[in-house]
Design a protein. Structure first.
Length: 527
């Protein structure tokens, strides 16, 4: 490629780098800055700007029990369809206890289990009644459910955090049943913990025709749950309101396609509008048509949020949840419902808070190490290679510039280990320049002309430069693939730096040499 084209390419890259770095170096962005240009600065990690570090434990045992409850309901339907009567069918922990009305149908039960429920196996009936069968999941199914619970919890928490608006969070598995969550720069840690920890089990149940006496156990087939009556002006909790509900769940949150916050009206505060999917729309229309005049309770995590009276058949696939929310409560509830329910409860196993003072101190120490390391490298190159060292130092400056611009362009996160990767990149960049300069020195000692020495020096140094940088790059890829948060930050900066190092040490310095040779301004080399 002609020297003019290469100079133009270098100029374009520098200009693009400046565009991406302006939001980082100039805060706030000038008012004349075009809206289609980048406007976000380089993102800083938890160790640089502060935030919270959480480790959550998924209660996988609860997920197994929930799945077993669903299997029991399916089994109940299949037994009814096969005309196999039971006197007892209930779940106790991770076991299902089943008593046949006719013991002679045990073979029919075994055949049904084999064909319809291969993951359920017969367990020992220790402590049970005579003729009672005890069922449970086999070990492989238990492991599958536990693995799915952790993976689904991870995805649900990630969806909630994305909608919460935290920039560059870290969300990943920790151990077998743990989830690591880091919120850089978070301002309200309690709200974040409440948001990601909600199980968000949404249910629709009918209010029983007659209320139970709070001092007595509820009638068979019913349960008592409480709602909260708040002051419409202050939002303070006045009292808990008991509701006697039918145990049967008519609909769950699985039928929700979307959830949106709607503004306050004259009679109540903001509320959450639910948009149901096609199956939910059909179910909701059917249950409202069959229960006109009755109260339908909307329950989230065993709390009754509202219990409106059904006035007429409701079509269109829309419902609403009211409860004297303030705007933030309504928004958080909508986020949880959109992201879906957690398949199992999560508990907070570890919490650490990194204050902004520690973040500033980390930045200061990290930048100090970078500046000191950079100055030592620059001084060494100037003393040892003289004029060629100036060119190598220019390549180092360009290298750092391109790395920072790439971090901004890729919206990567700069962490303290990332700064360490940046310092290491300077050493790798010096190594590439040393190889080139030493090769040029050897060619000059052999009596070659300046042009021939430069061409031979780059040609012979290139294989060694590529070998060392490619192997290091592959190591960085492996670190990124299998490492945790801080290791990933180091790997990202290292990989970007290696690509930039090869470009600046081999391409950019060669462009300057070729330009000086083409303009006949270089008759000798100070090296």
């Amino acid at each position: 490629m002609k020297i003019g084209y290469r100079l133009a390419l270098l100029g374009v890259l520098v200009l693009v780098g400046v565009v991406y770095l302006v939001p980082t170096l100039v805060r706030p962005v000038p008012s004349w800055w075009p809206s289609f240009f980048p406007s976000e600065p380089i993102r800083l990690g938890l160790d640089l700007q502060g935030g919270i570090h959480l480790v959550l434990e998924v209660e996988v045992d609860k997920a197994v029990e929930t799945a077993l409850g669903g299997a029991m309901e399916d089994l109940k339907r299949e037994l009814s369809a096969a005309q196999i009567g039971t006197t007892r069918l209930e779940r106790q922990g991770d076991r299902i206890r089943l008593q046949l009305r006719d013991p002679g149908k045990s073979s029919a039960l075994s055949e049904l289990m084999k064909n319809q429920f291969p993951s359920l196996v017969f367990r020992s009936a220790a402590g049970g009644q005579e003729g009672e069968s005890v069922l449970g999941f086999d070990e492989r199914e238990v492991r599958r459910i536990e693995e799915f619970a952790v993976e689904q919890s991870l995805e649900t928490i990630r969806n909630r955090v994305d909608q919460f608006g935290v920039r560059e969070p870290v969300i990943q598995r920790s151990g077998t049943g743990g989830i690591l969550v880091q919120f850089p720069g978070i301002q309200d840690p309690q709200r974040a913990k409440d948001l990601i920890g909600k199980t968000a089990v949404l249910e629709f149940k009918l209010v029983a025709a007659s209320s139970a006496d709070p001092s007595k156990p509820p009638p068979a087939g019913t349960e008592v749950l409480h709602g909260q009556e708040r002051d419409p002006v202050t939002g303070e909790l006045r009292r808990k309101v008991p509701y006697t509900l039918e145990r049967k769940t008519l609909m769950t949150g699985e039928v929700i396609a979307d959830a949106r916050v709607r503004p306050a009206t004259q009679l109540e505060g903001p509320y959450v509008e639910l948009v149901l999917n096609s199956r939910g729309s059909r179910l909701f229309e059917e249950l409202t048509a069959a229960n006109v005049g009755r109260q339908l309770a909307i329950i989230l995590d065993d709390t009754v949020y509202s219990a409106p009276v059904i006035r007429e058949r409701i079509g269109g696939g829309r419902a609403s949840i009211t409860g004297n929310f303030d705007l933030r409560e309504a928004r958080d509830l909508a986020i949880v419902l959109r992201a879906g329910a957690l398949p199992a409860p999560v508990t907070l196993a570890e919490e650490r808070t990194v204050g902004p003072t520690l973040g500033r101190d980390s930045i200061r120490k990290g930048m100090l190490s970078f500046v000191v390391g950079g100055l030592l490298v620059v001084a060494f190159m100037l003393v040892y290679y003289r004029g060629a060292g100036v060119l190598a130092d220019l390549a180092l400056v360009l290298n750092v510039f391109f790395i920072l611009a790439a971090l901004a362009a890729f919206e990567a996160t700069l962490t303290l280990p990332g700064i360490a990767g940046l310092v290491l990149t300077l050493g790798m960049a010096v190594d590439a320049n040393v190889l080139v300069n030493e090769r040029i020195r050897e060619e000059l000692r052999l009596g070659k002309t300046v042009r021939a020495a430069i061409e031979a020096g780059y040609e012979r140094a290139l294989p060694a430069i590529l070998d060392s940088n490619i192997t290091t790059f592959l190591s960085g890829v492996i670190l990124f693939q299998f490492g945790s948060g801080p290791v990933k930050g180091f790997a990202v900066t290292l990989c970007i730096g290696l690509v930039s190092t090869v470009f600046t040490a081999v391409v950019c310095t060669r462009i300057i040499y070729d330009y000086l040779l083409a303009s006949r301004r270089l008759s000798s080399i100070s090296i």
